[in-house]
Design a protein around this ligand. Structure first.
Ligand SMILES: C[S@@+](CC[C@H](N)C(=O)[O-])C[C@H]1O[C@@H](n2cnc3c(N)ncnc32)[C@H](O)[C@@H]1O
Length: 277
């Protein structure tokens, strides 16, 4: 991908500008999301047009106009070329997902991780997905496991609306319940319900939500605790989980660290698959 964009722009950009060009980009449905470094900002239109012209699948080219931030982990986007819209549809392992990548968080890069979690689910399990966004985890788990029920909880109202829409789009999947609310108020949503497995895909901040999550996790239940960490500090992530469990009078019975992506060159997105007694 990187080579192709650079090749397409050879002659249009100077050697220095080509060096600065970030040739890789994310594709969410038919929207390409590029990063334009400061020093070649004047050429952003040219870059976007080249990308659009070289990829029939891409209908919109937008640039990151900031970083992921805020409680809802969203990112501002500016459209540079193509159609004037930010909504699109993604297919993840056959599951249809409508999404606006500016107003809700969704990472195409986590698809294999979601599929991995689904593959761990045993027959008849009751599952809670905290921070469920537009519902990719609930839908993938429903499609690829024999779970009994899957509850998703999300605070961003727009993400929740997309999640409901995505549930309708994949209407064969019947065992999902989606709630709009704050994971801190989990008890209000769950009452006396208890879960065999709780998924916590909110890297770096999941520890703050361990008290409510552990309250609803059954004894010997599975917790999937996400973090961003450098390999030499993996032990700290395990410690964070163990401390959170101890405070709730629970213990980590077993824990395995799975590397499931990158957030920076030497920083991994990790999932701790932990059995909690
Ligand atoms: C890293 S994203 C993961 C989204 C989704 N699970 C996915 O894989 O695409 C974290 C999500 O948590 C939501 N969130 C943040 N704080 C929350 C809270 N206190 N309660 C519930 N959801 C929250 C954000 O709006 C965002 O959708």
């Amino acid at each position: 991908m990187a080579m192709r964009l650079k090749q397409a722009l050879r002659g249009a950009l100077t050697e220095e500008e080509l060096q600065a060009l970030v040739g890789s980009y994310d594709v969410v449905g038919d929207i390409a999301i590029i990063i334009v470094p400061e020093e070649i900002q004047e050429k952003e239109q040219l870059i976007a047009e080249a990308l659009l012209a070289g990829n029939a699948r891409i209908k919109v080219v937008a640039k990151r106009a900031g970083n992921y931030g805020g409680e809802f982990r969203t990112i501002p986007l500016t459209i540079l070329a193509g159609e004037e819209r930010k909504e699109t549809e993604v297919t993840e392992f056959g599951i249809r997902l409508r999404v606006n990548p500016e107003t809700v968080y969704y990472s195409v890069r986590s698809g294999h991780e979601r599929r991995r979690i689904a593959s761990l689910v045993g027959e008849g399990e009751d599952i809670l997905v905290l921070f469920s966004g537009i519902a990719p985890y609930p839908l993938i788990i429903s499609r690829f496991s024999c779970a009994r029920t899957i509850v998703g909880l999300e605070k961003n109202p727009e993400a929740h609306e997309y999640a409901l829409q995505n549930l309708r789009l994949n209407r064969k999947l019947k065992n999902i319940e989606l709630c709009l609310g704050d994971a801190r108020d989990l008890q209000d949503f769950c009452a006396a319900r208890r879960f065999d497995r709780v998924v916590m895909p909110l890297p770096t901040m999941a520890a703050a939500f361990l008290p409510p999550a552990l309250t609803v996790l059954k004894p010997q239940g599975w917790l999937h605790f996400y973090d961003l960490q450098r390999p030499e500090l993996f032990e700290l992530s395990l410690q964070k989980l163990a401390d959170g469990c101890r405070q709730q009078k629970r213990n980590v019975d077993s824990a395995e660290i799975i590397r499931c992506g990158h957030s920076a060159p030497r920083t991994f997105r990790i999932c701790i698959d932990a059995r909690i007694c």
